[in-house]
Ligand binder design. Structure first.
Ligand SMILES: NC(=O)c1ccc[n+]([C@@H]2O[C@H](COP(=O)([O-])OP(=O)(O)OC[C@H]3O[C@@H](n4cnc5c(N)ncnc54)[C@H](OP(=O)(O)O)[C@@H]3O)[C@@H](O)[C@H]2O)c1
Length: 263
């Protein structure tokens, strides 16, 4: 059977690079990124010309993994972040609805405040960061523009990737992260598991918002200790801290799709 032709934005990023590596057997992927690194095609989604060229290509499905994914970068670059994280997904959703193309878009648990857990697909969202707002408004606009679109909301991505950008677990194992929060709880999510469920979700003709994450919520510090111990590494260097204001504390997710594995 012919593989579906899938346009993948953000293909050089953490999640995009894993999707490209793990799903090329089942999808015929056209990989795109801003700078064109790692065998991807250069396409700056902030450029009107590039967006037009992109939508002129021939494809059956789009996976939108491009984003300004760092809350601090978002806060310091609000216009760029709003265009990429919020306006571009809406444009894409409108295109997909008009052309009967399946869209998968990614969202984040940082749309929630962390004050009223657990969070399911039906929970109200009130972000505490500008990043969270860019993603929440995108989710609303995508759902309005294309009711067949699938929005996959997830939490901290962990595991090895081929990306220049590294995951929380890669940063811990390489010693780059030493300060860990004791009061910020997240559903650490194995990135290869998340990529792996995407074809199943499209086969089920799933649409709308779904949460897909690790099953168990853990503090960043507990996750760090458990990961380092599992890899036989010392944990003495970890400095346990309280999170600064603006970081949601209890982001316990209870969504439709989850895995018991945490690494
Ligand atoms: N990372 C997490 O822990 C996490 C947690 C929850 C949800 N998510 C969500 O998952 C999705 C993927 O996140 P990620 O962590 O994989 O992102 P990432 O590693 O930061 O990668 C971002 C990707 O977007 C591309 N990009 C950035 N600016 C662009 C532009 N102007 N035009 C075209 N492409 C551009 C980058 O290309 P270049 O490499 O060329 O710059 C890169 O391929 C996002 O929707 C994010 O909100 C991530």
């Amino acid at each position: 059977m012919k593989k579906p032709r899938v346009l993948l934005t953000g293909a050089s990023g953490r999640l995009g690079s894993v999707i490209l590596e793990d799903l090329s057997d089942v999808w015929d992927i056209i990989p795109l990124s801003r700078r064109g690194g790692g065998g991807t095609v250069r396409c700056d989604l902030l450029s009107r010309e590039d967006r037009k060229t992109l939508l002129g290509r021939d494809f059956d499905m789009v996976v939108n993994a491009a984003a300004v994914s760092s809350p601090s970068h978002c806060a310091n670059n609000p216009a760029e972040s709003w265009i990429l994280n919020t306006l571009w997904p809406r444009t894409l959703a409108e295109y997909c609805r008009r052309n009967a193309v399946q869209l998968i878009h990614f969202s984040t648990d940082l749309v929630y405040s962390g004050g009223t857990p657990p969070y399911s697909e039906a929970s109200p969202a009130v972000p505490m960061s500008f990043y969270g707002w860019t993603k929440l408004v995108a989710d609303i606009l995508v759902q309005k523009a294309d009711t067949d679109a699938l929005i996959v909301r997830t939490s901290v991505l962990c595991g090895e990737t081929g990306s220049e950008r590294t995951t929380f677990s890669e940063n811990l194992l390489s010693g780059r992260v030493q300060r860990v929060f004791v009061d910020s709880w997240r559903n650490h999510t194995p990135i290869h598991w998340l990529a792996g469920i995407l074809p199943k979700l499209t086969k089920k003709e799933q649409s709308g918002l779904v949460i897909a994450s690790g099953k168990y919520s853990q503090s960043r510090s507990a996750y760090a200790e458990a990961l380092l111990k599992k890899h036989g590494q010392n944990t003495d260097h970890l400095v346990q801290e309280y999170a600064p204001p603006g970081i949601p504390s209890r982001l316990h997710l209870k969504g439709k799709y989850y895995t018991s594995s945490i690494y």
